[in-house]
Ligand binder design. Structure first.
Ligand SMILES: Cc1ncc(COP(=O)(O)O)c(C=O)c1O
Length: 388
């Protein structure tokens, strides 16, 4: 059985009728930009996250960059963030003329380590940009306390974490802003690009709406230089349907994660943890394994999709290497060398999960036999090997 890393057609199939209806309702109305469907979706999203405002924008990248701009973070300001994340997290800091300061991550959550953050704060630090990676929230209590102590802004990168919470509070409700991505593979995915910013501040929300609309205050009066960054009503229609079914999708992801945990309990890999008080969003089910590249090859040979997010941490990327490459981030580097993400999406069958788990168990078992064989000079054989 082949198992894809992600199959959006399978994932969306149960909602297809409702999704098509929602799109047809918008079609022909002429209200495609900043229309009533977007407004209703923004209100529903804000209510779900537990914040006063939600502002739709064109992408998760824009959600992060416009957050920085709305909070007046710019030239020469230092923004503390993670190097174990998607490139956009740091890219937007540079786009604002600010400086990303990469600090190490927590070995369990893979999100910013508050102790490392505390050591990196300087008089030039203006903001913290924690990433709720793979769907597990960062330690927002500790990071919030640091932000308060040093007067820093907090921008949450929630791109991978719609549905994640900590002590009953959804991600996106802790910081000054929360930046969400609706890229199709996310836990709340559109049928195209999209993003959204959450905030409790009336002023920040108002400025964000202006920044996404060319800095226009009203009636062709422009008060600052900004851009066009809007979530359109067709995408909002898709997202509104998916938002209504978000609990069902979250349960499906949780069931897959639990099944993996059960089936992989005795395999020589590190399973992802969910710390007490957290609800994991399970955008990715990421394990750590030795000989990662051989394991990836073994899975692909068997027709199993998987992903490596992220093999090269940002401080080692060509664009940042000269300026940041000498930073010592031992946890980041160790996790980046071993991380492997397995298929997880609503609609992935239990049988498919078992195929993935069995293949992983087999490959890891074979790896350890090979090591034992080379040290003891015995020939490696096993049911797993014979069955191939
Ligand atoms: C952690 C993180 N931040 C930011 C983004 C950017 O989101 P988008 O692709 O919607 O611009 C992504 C998307 O992959 C992401 O995973």
């Amino acid at each position: 059985m082949n198992v894809p890393m992600l199959d959006l057609a399978v994932q969306d199939a149960p909602l297809m009728g409702e999704l098509q209806q929602a799109l047809l309702k918008v079609a022909g109305t002429g209200r495609y930009i900043r229309g009533p469907v977007l407004t209703a979706f923004e209100q529903a999203f804000a209510a779900r996250v537990g914040v006063a405002h939600a502002v739709g924008v064109a992408s998760g990248t824009d959600a992060l960059e416009l957050s920085l701009q709305a909070l007046d973070i710019g030239a020469g300001d230092e923004v503390i963030t993670s190097a174990f994340t998607f490139f956009a997290t740091a890219e937007v800091i540079c786009q604002r003329g600010a400086i990303p300061i990469f600090v190490d991550i927590d070995p369990v959550t893979y999100a910013l380590d508050p102790a490392a953050v505390a050591q990196a704060i300087t008089p030039r630090t203006r903001a913290l940009l924690p990433v709720h990676l793979f769907g597990h929230a960062a330690d927002m209590h500790a990071l919030g306390a640091l932000a308060e102590q040093y007067g820093l802004a907090v921008i949450e990168d929630c791109a991978q974490a719609f549905g994640a919470s900590l002590d009953g509070r959804q991600v996106g409700s802790f910081g000054d802003t929360g930046a969400f991505s609706f890229y199709p593979s996310k836990t709340l995915g559109a049928w195209g690009d999209g993003g959204l910013i959450t905030t409790d501040s009336d002023e920040v929300a108002e400025r964000l709406r202006r920044l996404g609309n060319h800095g226009q205050e009203a009636g062709y009066r422009y008060v600052e230089v900004a851009r066009n960054s809007r979530l359109d009503d067709l995408q909002a229609a898709v997202l509104a349907v998916k938002l209504r079914h978000a609990d069902t999708a979250a349960r499906a992801r949780q069931a897959i994660a639990s099944r993996y945990a059960e089936r992989l309990a005795d395999v020589a890999i590190t399973l992802p943890a969910t710390l007490p008080g957290h609800v994991h969003g399970w955008n990715y089910f990421t394990v750590l394994t030795e000989e990662r590249d051989a394991v990836v090859a073994g899975l692909r040979e068997r027709g199993i999709g998987c992903g490596v997010y992220y093999a090269t941490p940002l401080h080692r990327q060509p664009v940042f290497e000269a300026q940041h490459g000498k930073r010592s981030l031992p946890v980041t580097e160790s996790v980046a060398a071993r991380c492997l993400s397995l298929p997880i999406f609503p609609g992935l069958s239990e049988a498919a999960v078992d195929v993935v788990a069995d293949a992983l168990a087999c490959i890891r078992h074979r790896g350890s036999l090979r090591r034992a064989a080379s040290s003891a000079s015995t020939s490696a054989s096993s049911t797993c090997l014979k069955s191939r």
